[in-house]
Design a protein around this ligand. Structure first.
Ligand code: FAD
Length: 401
């Protein structure tokens, strides 16, 4: 049953994304990062390459490839820049896969199909000014009014805030039930009372769009309730099982980028009469990156393997996300160190890698939250029960070639 080989289709996919990144991201990313510019054409190009719904079944507008194919897309995109992998994590990982798992047939046809085709962009609104790790502290409310829910509140740090067409938004329908009173809604940007505003001055992911969402008496049709009333917390956590998988895969790509830049520099730069790659303490940093790359990859592909079988991956996705993001953050720090003073300027890409590597240690569960989750599993304080709706297993007959 164990097979560490990629299929010819996965190899082809990796080569397609790599060529795309080398041609359409690498030459421009330094300037986009400096200007804080998110290029919306990237989504159009990704859609043309069928990458906006790579693991969504063909019947819902996707490519029908397996879940590890999504990991390959994320790895290769983050080799270019974290901003584009973050966009795919949010669009596919947090939004589209959540619709696939929890949506009604009508919701899938209306929202998932255009998202998988890349005609519409999806995002995910959970975090609020006073609620990040502590999700139950959100204060956005949804009050039933006939055939509608009226949403009021604010979200912050939402990726693709100004770009996305559809948002999965979490709000209290019954505050007295604590986290069991949270519900999930599909909100369209065009619904009256909805507005968004980008956050300026970010440390990294500057070529990405992140910011606030505002809901001022937004009337959301009752058909846009995702799952049942009160299921929002479970839906949010299951969405994160998928999002964390993509974040971990992206971290692998960032380590690849750190290694590429560092190996090149190790051969170029000489001190004390030899290439710096010949110094053992520099080799230690290279070796640490390689170990991080290989360990993280194994953790990521194990999650994909379990997802392909339709199994729950809360524990494994949390571990992969925690470990891969920590290794990526360390690899970026080492890459700057290997470049010496040159690593401290944007003449080389490694300073961008270091700035970009920090947000993934914070979002989709901070390093501290994942540490706690892992300890709780080991100590027997946490067990997973089957969810009312599970992410469907991969169907090998559904691949669209
Ligand atoms: C670039 C970027 C993009 C993002 N995109 C999205 C998005 O698309 N959608 C979305 O909903 N959110 C998004 N976020 C928000 C992100 O998910 C939150 O920032 C994250 O969940 C942490 O919440 P917080 O920032 O409020 O930190 P807090 O929860 O306030 O934590 C502050 C510190 O306290 C620690 N801490 C908190 N609780 C505990 C505890 N119990 N034990 C030990 N330590 C603890 C944390 O680890 C952290 O170090 C994004 C964030 C960033 C930076």
């Amino acid at each position: 049953m164990m097979n560490f080989d990629f299929t010819p289709e996965q190899e082809m996919l990796r080569s397609t994304v790599r060529k795309f990144v080398d041609k359409e991201i690498m030459p421009y990313i330094k300037e986009w990062d400096e200007r804080g510019y998110f290029d919306p054409n990237i989504f159009k190009r990704l859609a043309e390459l069928n990458l906006m719904g790579v693991c969504i079944p063909e019947e819902y507008g996707g490519m029908g490839m397996d879940y590890n194919s999504l990991a390959i897309v994320c790895e290769e995109l983050e080799r270019g820049d974290t901003a584009f992998r973050t966009a795919v994590s949010v669009h596919t990982g947090l939004n589209s896969l959540t619709l696939l798992q929890w949506g009604t047939e009508e919701q899938k046809q209306k929202y998932l199909v255009p998202q998988a085709k890349g005609e519409k962009i999806g995002a995910f609104g959970l975090t609020e000014p006073n609620a990040g790790s502590d999700v139950a502290s959100i204060s956005t409310t949804a009050v039933r009014d006939g055939d509608y829910y009226i949403l009021n509140g604010q979200k912050t740090w939402i990726s693709l805030c100004d770009i996305a067409d559809h948002f999965i938004v979490f709000a209290y329908t019954d505050k007295s039930k604590k986290h069991r009173g949270i519900s999930a809604f599909i909100v369209e940007r065009t619904m009256p009372g909805f507005s968004s505003k980008a956050i300026k001055g970010k440390l990294g992911i500057r070529a990405g769009n992140t910011g606030e969402l505002f809901f001022d008496n937004v009337r959301v049709p009752k058909e846009n309730l995702l799952g049942k009333e009160g299921e929002g917390f479970k839906i949010a956590m299951s969405a994160l099982d998928n999002g964390r998988f993509t974040v971990a895969a992206g971290a692998v790509g960032l380590i690849m980028a750190c290694l590429e830049a560092s190996v090149k520099y190790c051969h170029e730069r000489k001190t004390f009469g030899k290439e710096i790659g010949r110094h053992q303490l520099v080799q230690q940093m290279i070796a640490r990156m390689e170990a991080g790359l290989q360990i993280s990859r194994l953790l990521v592909y194990k999650v994909g393997f379990l997802k392909n079988q339709g199994r729950r991956t809360t524990r494994e996705a949390s571990l992969a996300k925690w470990i891969a993001c920590d290794f990526a953050n360390q690899a970026a720090d080492d890459a700057v160190q290997i470049h010496g003073a040159y690593g401290y300027s944007n003449e080389y890409p490694v300073e961008r890698y270091l700035r970009n590597s920090k947000a993934p240690v914070i979002y989709e569960g901070t390093r501290e939250i994942h540490t706690i989750i892992q300890a709780e599993y080991v100590l027997g304080y946490r067990q997973d029960k089957p969810l009312r709706k599970m992410l469907p297993p991969w169907n090998p007959d559904s691949v669209k070639l």
